[in-house]
Design a protein around this ligand. Structure first.
Ligand code: HEC
Ligand code: HEC
Ligand code: HEC
Ligand code: HEC
Ligand code: HEC
Ligand code: HEC
Ligand code: HEC
Ligand code: HEC
Ligand code: HEC
Ligand code: HEC
Length: 474
């Protein structure tokens, strides 16, 4: 018996060393070959080995990281892009840094220098969901001279560079010096009307598009629904569809339900068409959703994510709800106010979520949906996590809902510009986001204090004073 087991283990060991089983076995068994626990960032897709590893060997593909994260890093103007470390002209300029860092620069051309995965030694597991490996004072490797170059940085420990509200490694867009300078005197609450959440403009864009085609929009009713005769929909569901923006914009039953039959290429009716059908008209929303922690499994062709599989606390009653477009937007009624808060609360059950109802934000949201507060003055879960972003697409500005809730989540200073600054001053917002207890209570109180001692704003004032004195000397 025991001999048999040893044999099996020996066979397994050799086969693994040969890299054979790694590729020959597909499906859940592959989990056995994971060397350790996969980070929070990627565990949902851990069984899709080929998403990150080469087919022929166990190497990690650098392009894989970039194909999934490159777009975001580029949009936020990554302050440490690998290109910076790879370009030959820069390399020359950076040579002194490079030598000092004992080639940290060379290594920094690879994502996995700093981000690792499923390590059995627990190295990355202890550092949150990002698989970070570098020692706390890592920044010193390349920025050792910062204390000489900046009086304000004298005496600061290198372990504090990444402290809340100071610096981010990739996305520094809410924290760079000029930005801090431009907003340092803002009051906690900005209450001007234009400083509120902008209006979505998908409907206008669609109307314009229809006009450009030389067509006009025909509002549909129950009488003009084009489902085949044998398809029955409950009367209240028909009314739900008739009352939505879809029916008003001429989107008929078959626009969603007719799906291409794979072998024949014919359009056939399907009762539950899935997210691919939404993509015909809502390309951006689908793209962003698939890149998020809600849609990343679907993106890999795996079954949809469910609360039952989650590491975050979720409601027991939600265990088997499948995460698709319809988990927030029900099939025929598209109530975006429901989607913005109540939908989230069907599944999420962490302390932060459960505390939301005690916050001033929630009060403002109730006012807005009751029509007491102005449009865009309330704060729902979606205001912070699926914010309305204004961006240029094909040369034109548009405002749409960002369906990747992770794009503005971590490090949380990413939320400053697209969210908090619509209603709050920058110093207040930084302090609030640096206060972990306040996040847990979903901002039901004032920030406990300054984000760091001395704060970035104190340091900026000190620097400006020095510059002022220097100028007056001459
Ligand atoms: C999201 C990306 C990702 C997925 C998916 C993934 N891995 Fe990895 N894997 C990595 C990274 C990054 C490393 C490098 C870790 C390091 O350097 O510590 C790695 C390292 C490894 C190693 C160690 C290799 C070595 O050279 O030391 C093994 C073995 C491995 N993975 C197996 C798997 C298997 C089996 C699967 C599928 C069941 C899988 N991985 C899925 C990203 C991934
Ligand atoms: C198939 C697409 C895919 C690949 C390949 C991939 N990632 Fe990810 N990664 C995701 C998604 C989706 C998430 C979760 C959503 C998010 O945080 O952006 C994530 C999360 C992360 C996080 C955590 C971010 C956070 O907010 O906590 C880091 C760091 C990360 N990935 C780095 C990498 C690196 C480095 C590689 C290459 C070894 C890599 N990823 C490969 C899709 C991918
Ligand atoms: C491998 C070398 C390297 C490491 C490690 C490194 N940096 Fe940098 N950093 C650079 C280079 C190169 C620049 C660009 C300098 C320039 O343009 O003069 C830069 C620029 C910056 C800037 C200016 C920001 C901007 O948007 O231009 C800040 C702030 C910064 N780094 C902070 C950090 C922090 C914090 C860490 C530690 C987490 C760190 N750096 C680690 C190489 C590095
Ligand atoms: C020199 C170290 C280093 C390298 C190289 C590096 N990262 Fe990071 N990365 C970090 C640190 C540190 C953080 C934590 C964010 C912070 O504290 O600002 C981070 C965070 C992230 C995040 C979370 C989101 C965000 O905005 O911070 C993603 C995604 C990510 N890295 C992807 C990548 C990819 C993809 C590559 C390769 C192209 C890469 N990183 C290369 C150090 C590195
Ligand atoms: C905007 C896209 C869209 C439009 C327009 C639409 N449906 Fe649906 N319908 C869906 C989706 C998505 C589902 C699947 C819901 C699920 O799986 O939970 C669905 C489900 C159904 C079902 C299955 C039973 C049920 O209640 O879930 C029937 C029957 C149906 N639709 C009929 C219709 C008819 C009739 C019309 C026109 C009056 C129509 N649909 C218009 C998206 C649409
Ligand atoms: C044939 C094109 C088409 C398809 C397919 C389609 N939609 Fe739409 N959708 C539209 C148009 C047009 C509007 C804007 C209508 C308006 O506000 O005037 C819209 C609006 C919406 C809205 C905003 C509603 C509001 O009240 O502001 C949501 C949410 C939405 N669609 C979700 C979906 C989902 C989910 C699917 C897939 C199940 C889907 N749509 C399929 C064309 C489509
Ligand atoms: C986590 C919940 C959630 C999921 C999942 C979700 N949505 Fe949304 N969606 C929202 C919320 C909330 C709004 C409205 C936010 C607002 O008004 O600011 C919205 C708005 C929209 C709109 C309005 C137009 C715009 O400006 O973006 C469309 C279209 C839309 N969603 C399509 C989709 C499609 C297609 C999917 C699936 C790929 C999807 N949504 C998945 C929550 C969700
Ligand atoms: C069908 C259930 C469901 C609904 C509805 C839902 N979520 Fe989620 N959400 C999840 C699951 C499952 C995860 C992944 C958690 C994990 O991996 O542990 C997640 C992840 C997240 C994350 C990322 C957490 C992190 O640490 O990276 C945020 C933020 C989030 N959801 C916010 C929302 C908001 C806001 C809404 C409503 C607009 C919403 N969710 C609606 C199930 C849901
Ligand atoms: C005022 C903005 C704001 C509002 C409103 C808000 N959140 Fe958050 N949420 C945050 C911030 C900030 C974080 C922390 C990000 C970080 O630093 O990890 C967070 C974290 C989360 C996480 C990840 C939790 C974890 O432990 O990793 C989830 C899930 C989430 N929020 C869901 C929700 C839901 C659901 C609602 C509505 C009931 C909501 N949030 C309302 C700002 C907000
Ligand atoms: C759409 C506007 C809006 C947005 C966006 C917004 N807030 Fe608020 N916030 C408010 C309003 C209104 C109040 C209540 C102010 C009052 O009563 O004086 C408030 C109050 C607060 C409070 C104090 C709560 C208390 O009980 O004293 C904190 C902390 C806070 N917000 C943090 C944030 C952070 C952090 C963000 C970004 C993640 C954010 N807010 C985004 C409108 C907003």
């Amino acid at each position: 018996m025991r001999n048999g087991l040893i044999w099996v283990l020996w066979l397994l060991g050799t086969a693994m060393a040969g890299g054979y089983l790694f590729h020959a076995i597909k499906g859940p068994q592959q989990q056995l070959f994971l060397p350790g626990k996969t980070t929070y960032g990627h565990y949902q897709i851990e069984l899709q080995c080929s998403a990150c590893h080469d087919e022929g060997n166990d190497m990690v593909k650098q392009e894989a990281c970039i194909s999934c994260h490159g777009e975001e890093l580029e949009r936020v103007g990554d302050s440490h892009p690998i290109a910076k470390f790879a370009k030959s002209t820069d390399a020359l300029k950076l040579l002194p840094m490079d030598m000092r860092a004992n080639s940290a620069l060379v290594k920094s051309r690879y994502c996995i220098t700093c981000h690792v995965e499923h390590r059995s030694d627990g190295l990355a597991a202890t550092k949150g969901g990002m698989g970070l490996t570098q020692p706390e004072n890592y920044c010193k490797a390349c920025h050792e001279d910062i204390q000489e170059n900046r009086v304000t940085h004298e005496g600061l420990a290198f372990s504090t560079c990444l402290a809340a509200g100071c610096h981010n490694f990739h996305d520094n867009s809410g924290l760079f010096e000029q930005h801090l300078k431009d907003h340092m005197h803002e009051k906690p609450n900005v209450v001007s009307d234009e400083a509120r959440v902008p209006k979505r403009d998908f409907a206008q864009r669609h109307q314009q598009w229809v006009k450009d085609q030389g067509k006009s929009i025909i509002k549909l009713t129950m009488a003009t629904a084009d489902a085949p005769r044998d398809v029955k929909l409950e009367k209240n569901q028909l009314i739900a569809w008739q009352d939505t923006a879809h029916a008003a914009a001429g989107v008929n039953c078959t626009d969603c339900h007719n799906v291409k039959d794979e072998p024949t290429g014919n359009l056939i009716w399907k009762d539950n068409p899935g997210y691919a059908t939404c993509k015909t008209c809502h390309k951006d929303e689908v793209h962003d959703f698939l890149g998020s922690r809600h849609g990343m499994r679907l993106d890999q062709g795996l079954s949809p994510m469910t609360p039952g599989m989650a590491r975050l606390p979720m409601l027991d009653t939600a265990r088997d709800i499948q995460m698709t477009c319809n988990s927030c937007h029900s099939a025929h009624s598209f109530d975006t106010q429901f989607a913005a808060m109540s939908a989230c609360m069907q599944c999420h059950a962490d302390e932060h979520t459960l505390s939301f109802k005690n916050s001033a934000h929630h009060d403002a949201w109730l006012d807005e949906i009751a029509g007491v507060g102005a449009a865009g003055s309330g704060v729902s879960c979606a205001t912070c996590h699926l914010p309305r972003v204004q961006q240029k697409v094909e040369g034109k500005m548009q405002t749409s809902v960002m369906h990747n809730q992770n794009d503005f989540l971590r490090p949380n200073e990413k939320m400053l510009r697209p969210v908090c600054m619509q209603c709050h001053g920058l110093p207040f917002a930084i302090d609030a986001l640096a206060d972990r207890k306040l996040i847990d209570s979903n901002f039901s109180d004032q920030p406990a204090g300054k984000h760091h001692q001395p704060s970035s704003f104190d340091m900026l004032k000190q620097k400006m004073n020095l510059e002022h004195k220097e100028k007056n000397k001459h």
